[in-house]
Design a protein around this ligand. Sequence first.
Ligand code: HEC
Length: 120
Amino acid sequence: MEVKSRPGVHTCSGDCYTAYVAENGTIVEQQRAAAEAAALASPVELGRQAYGSCQACHGAGGEGGIGPQLQGRDAGFVEMALTAYKSRETRGDRSNLMWPSAEALSARDIEHLAAFVESL
Ligand code: HEC
């Protein structure tokens, strides 16, 4: 009884659906729980999730690699740098490598990433 996605729900009705809801809750309940979990997650935790796309260049622990070491930087510095890259500003000689990553970030993403980097 694998009914995790909406399309699957169509194949599960009657007893199957009752059993699914008893185990997992309704889709609306699942969405509410997910939204509550996201709202409760700390900025650092949300930043940790967003950092997945940064790891390849900055290292899992912010130790650096293709990109500079981030470990040891405070939140203010990270916010300043990411905001600059988001506006395609040139900070160092390889800023172009940061533009695509920063472009996709919202102001909230930047706050969360800054909190996470500071926690490293
Ligand atoms: C393709 C590799 C790459 C990815 C992916 C990447 N970075 Fe970078 N990052 C760099 C490079 C290279 C620099 C140095 C850019 C320069 O010369 O201005 C940099 C610079 C930075 C800086 C400024 C560091 C300093 O000492 O001035 C921060 C902060 C930063 N990145 C955070 C992030 C975050 C957060 C992510 C994920 C959203 C990310 N980067 C994704 C390569 C990358």
